[in-house]
Ligand binder design. Sequence first.
Ligand code: GLN
Length: 296
Amino acid sequence: MSAGAPASPPARAASIAAAASVAAAWQAAVQNGLGRIDAQALLAHVLGLPVERARAWLLAHDTDPLPAAAAARYAELAGRRAHGEPLAYLVGEKEFFGLRLAVSPAVLVPRPDTETLVDWALELARPWPIPRLADLGTGSGAIALALRQALPAADVCAVDISEAALAVARLNGERLGLPVRWLHGSWWQAFAGQPEARFDLVVSNPPYIAEDDPHLPALRHEPRGALTAGPRGLDDLAQIVAGAPAHLEEGGWLLMEHGHEQAAAVQQLLGEAGFRSIATRHDLAGRPRCTGGRRR
Ligand code: GLN
């Protein structure tokens, strides 16, 4: 960005609240340690710009005055971002698999790593004319909605134990016009009383971080219940594997995301439960991230 801001003292001040123009707000935020992309996204957000047009607009409108209300809101959000709140919560949305999803602190922010799980699921589900799919622990609905979007004939069911998360997922389904059956419950218990609920493919990105993992403080803004699962992070993965045979068709698949050091443990869980064709796939960073198998 060019230095098109008036060189008056308030605009130059490090305080973002005092910024008089788009450029000054931008510069002050970057000086205060906010990343460029984040500063841009937050400015676009307070100005009500569509994210995809934000960069070009901001370049062209560098010297525009920043309305006081937008400047104040921007200052607040930039401060929260600097203290580690995920950008997605501050702007209220996140893109996943080409879908723009509403997110709130009730749900985990969808990660690009999870696109590995969706890619794999789509490869497996495509041959079925009407695949019956389930997403356990759906959060924002990201995986279920990505599958439903790519497979319009699929019957997709999604489960979460958190009513607040389901409200976000439902909203996303409505906004995107993607019908998914949203069910409340803990993993397979959501299907208690429905022994006929059987699927061709079940996917899950459950909590899988160990309770004492040193990375947890960095994730403090996200729901703890969506992140941790017992001393080794394996408790929920084990529950999902244990309940799967009763709800998978013969030849049906179970695919789960996990921590990059958990592939062997998840393979073992699947093997002990009688799954075959057990395999692991890697995320964009090349780390083992998803493991799955097929019901005999
Ligand atoms: N992938 C997330 C992280 O490590 C954790 C998600 C999860 O526990 N399912 O930040």
